[in-house]
Design a protein around this ligand. Structure first.
Ligand code: KIV
Ligand code: ZN
Length: 519
């Protein structure tokens, strides 16, 4: 670490993580969730270690009211917040929905910027202050923990913002939230705003300042971090950065910035970072929306390296191209993707991991074959390498000859026909909760190999008529993690190929060991 870029403070500030995936995130197009989905996700957020879960806006719909109510009753380990405009009806609804929470928080807000005062609220400055006081005082009658937000705070006149916050503190607010509602701020400006507010709001020492940054210019995480530098001790964020328009600050990015650059920010959070990936994936499963491949921390490429130079560096010392360990955020490991840009070192290393120690000449041939294959295929799988080394005839084990499904409503039955290089066939069928589970269960019966599935994902490669599904999975067996890959026009077949990719290696290793023992 370059000492010039480390502030090297001694005791890190603990930053409160206020998660608003279930409110600001859920209210944006494409991310609507049912009440049971919201409840399941709230449990995941509590397991992740967030400090506050904003569960919803109870007065916006009976469904949201019900979801907030169940989360308040069932979820422990985090404060449960509910949003209210500074209207008695909204605040009473929050109080009723939060009844039963161990640590309830009412989050009352009103717009303060001139644009919103004039065109949205049609209120004078004085009227805004009266409403803010009414909202906070009424909320305090129901709960001790009241957060006040000045909507569009960043575009509000600074001295008026101080007046509103003074009134909110006097009325009993414990947290003052400063939203950059339209994502207009830049890091230097937002840092300066927090410094100004901390210096000028009466009673600033007794309250927590909070940042709530939107991502319209792609600056939400940078602005939230700058707010921390300016004295914010709570940040409002969402998993995968979902939220109104371009979204909110992404929780996983903020938390990892604090962990990796804790020396600079002199701050940390209480998040169990090893659960970041599973929480991100749970949200994707619930909403049906995947994060982009190159998304920081949780995207498929976040720890994948394809270029020869990078792979060579990674093999010598992983810190050359990685600033955090994949395991720290829930990935099993980094991935050296073998493709068109890969070099000799990575191919040789992968072959070595697969158990092949090749003479230089044979290695040259496999590398040439692999390079040729990348003209028609994006990624070279272990199975491809095995075929190149061993030849198709003596190649690896079972292949899928045919695959079909029968649907029984809740259950699915899969029928698999596998063949080996000598054209011997094995037919099996099994049931599962869905097509993939049924296919995997049938493969277990057909091959006699079983392993614990650690990860499984399918994505599409290519477009239009060339589109193919690529399945990647990892399985744990005998204390080892093996990864498998399969591609096919049919995603189910791709999944079966990926599963067999692992199973065949297990069988191959067992046969080799048996031969060695017999000899
Ligand atoms: O972006 C915003 O201003 C908000 C407030 C309601 C906190 O989401
Ligand atoms: Zn917002």
């Amino acid at each position: 670490m370059n000492p010039a870029i480390s502030k090297d403070r001694i005791r890190p500030h603990q930053i409160k993580i206020f998660d608003t995936t279930l409110r600001d995130g859920e209210q944006s197009p494409g991310f609507t969730m049912s009440a049971p989905q919201k409840i399941a996700f709230a449990h995941a957020l509590a397991d992740l270690g967030v400090d506050v879960i904003e569960a919803g806006f109870p007065n916006s719909s009976p469904a949201d009211f019900g979801a907030v109510q169940t989360i308040a009753r069932d979820v422990r380990g985090a404060s449960i917040a509910a949003l209210a405009r500074c209207h008695p009806g909204d605040i009473e609804a929050c109080a009723r929905a939060l009844d039963g929470a161990a640590a309830p928080r009412i989050h009352a807000f009103i717009s303060t910027s001139p644009l919103h005062r004039e065109h949205k609220l049609e209120m004078s400055r004085e009227q805004v202050i009266v409403h803010a006081i009414m909202g906070v005082e009424l909320a305090r009658k129901h709960v001790d923990d009241v957060e006040f937000s000045a909507e569009d705070a960043f575009r509000t006149e600074r001295e008026f913002l101080v007046e509103v916050f003074n009134a909110a503190v006097a009325a009993g607010a414990r947290t003052l939230n400063v939203p950059d509602t339209v994502g207009y701020a830049t890091p230097n400006e937002i840092r300066a705003l927090f410094e100004y507010l901390r210096a000028n709001v009466k009673g600033a020492q007794g309250v927590v300042f909070s940042a709530h940054c939107h991502n319209d210019l792609g600056l939400a995480v940078a602005n939230s971090l700058a707010a921390i530098e300016g004295g914010a001790r709570q940040v409002e964020c969402t998993i995968n950065g979902i939220g109104e328009r371009a979204g909110n600050a992404a929780l996983e990015e903020l938390v990892m910035a604090l962990k990796v650059r804790g020396g600079w920010y002199a701050a940390d959070s209480g998040i169990d970072t090893r659960k970041l990936l599973e929480t991100s994936r749970l949200l994707s499963r619930i909403t049906g929306i995947q994060v982009q491949r190159n998304k920081a921390v949780v995207g498929l490429n976040a720890f994948a390296h394809e270029s020869g130079i990078h792979q060579h560096g990674m093999l010598k010392h992983r810190d050359t191209y990685e600033i955090m360990h994949p395991q720290d955020v829930g990935w099993p490991d980094s991935q050296l993707v073998l493709g068109r840009h890969s070099g000799r070192a990575a191919l040789a290393e992968r072959l070595r991991q697969l158990g092949y120690v090749l003479a230089d000449e044979q290695l040259d041939q496999v590398i040439a074959d692999a390079k040729a294959l990348t003209q028609t295929q994006h990624v070279i799988s272990d199975r491809d390498l095995q075929r190149m080394v061993e030849g198709e005839r003596h190649g690896p084990g079972w292949r899928v000859s045919a695959l079909s499904l029968t649907d029984y409503g809740q259950r699915t039955r899969a029928h698999v026909d596998l063949s080996d290089p000598d054209d011997r066939h094995v037919l099996q069928s099994a049931e599962g909760d869905g097509p993939v589970a049924a296919v995997f269960a049938a493969l277990v019966k057909a091959t006699g190999v079983d392993f614990e599935l650690e990860s499984y994902e399918v994505h599409s490669m290519g477009i239009g008529r060339d589109a193919r599904g690529e399945a990647n999975l990892s399985g744990r067996i005998d204390g080892e993690t093996l990864t498998g890959q399969g591609t096919s026009r049919d995603v189910l077949e791709a999944s079966a190929i990926a599963w067999l990719d692992v199973a065949n290696r297990v069988l191959h290793a067992r046969q080799t060991q048996q031969r060695a023992e017999a000899a």
